[in-house]
Design a binder for this molecule. Sequence first.
Ligand SMILES: [Zn+2]
Ligand SMILES: [Zn+2]
Length: 168
Amino acid sequence: MLGAEPGDLITDRQSYVTIYTDIAKERMKNNQCPACGKPKSEWNRRTDWRCCSKECTEVFWKEHDKSLSWEIIRYRVFKRDKGVCAMCGEQMTWEFDGKQIPNDSQLVCDHIKPLAMDGEMWDMENLQTLCIECNKKKTAEDLANIAEYKKVNNKKKLHKTFKNIYIL
Ligand SMILES: [Zn+2]
Ligand SMILES: [Zn+2]
């Protein structure tokens, strides 16, 4: 599950991320239904659809769950940051096969700009590695910032409403 490589990530227009399994990728490359392998030439459905049937679409989305892709992107952030907390600089790794592997039970993948402030969920640039302790501090800061952000945004909305009334 954690063996995904860059290039497995295909971002679509709706800004969520689908990570295809190896077999699904192989089938799509060969013009087959990613769920059952049926060649497009035999489909009773438009061939620009993802799967050959409604049933296969269901199977496909069960296998390509979004929570799985979060697991992968999270680990990729830890790997990029070498398991080093962006706030305190402590490295949380354990040795495996002579290599230092991020210890993901001790790390949190944090949205630098919180989602509640319209931060990007899937953008690697908006993600950082934090240790559990620093994440607690960051969360407290985030909550304060989010409250402020909401205040400003509500004011803007209110302002807009007044303006509309004025125009009327
Ligand atoms: Zn199918
Ligand atoms: Zn830290």
